[in-house]
Ligand binder design. Structure first.
Ligand SMILES: [Zn+2]
Length: 118
């Protein structure tokens, strides 16, 4: 397991998690992911695994649409998407790897999930 730290662009929202070493990224072609264009952590994290800084959590806003199962979180100051609660695994979270320190999303092997067909 490796400890990772992440933040939004302005640094208000901070979070950390432990997971297996990140070697792959995930993109998705659903209506919201294709607009965000973010590279995500392939594995979903439990709410115990994803630790969100207290001050930062006050700055989080979220967006839901359609079935309203998935919840897409972003910073109210800088607008950056940091993580979302997944539709496929409610109660679990997938993080935006562009927010994670030490990860170069352009170096990761990218898989594409066909969320548009769900
Ligand atoms: Zn921010």
């Amino acid at each position: 397991m490796v400890d990772y730290q992440g933040s939004c662009h302005c640094g208000t929202v901070k979070f950390e998690f432990s997971t297996a070493e990140i070697k792959e990224g995930l993109r998705c072609n659903c209506s919201i992911c294709r607009r965000k264009g973010a590279v995500m952590l392939p594995q979903a994290l439990s709410s115990e695994q994803l630790k969100i800084d207290d001050i930062g959590s006050d700055a989080l806003r979220s967006y839901k649409f359609g079935t309203e199962v998935a919840e897409h979180f972003f910073c109210e100051k800088c607008g950056i998407y940091t993580f979302h609660e997944t539709k496929r695994e409610p109660g679990k979270f997938r993080v935006n790897l562009g927010c994670v320190e030490g990860i170069d999303v352009f170096e990761l092997e990218i898989k594409v999930f066909d969320g548009a067909s769900l």
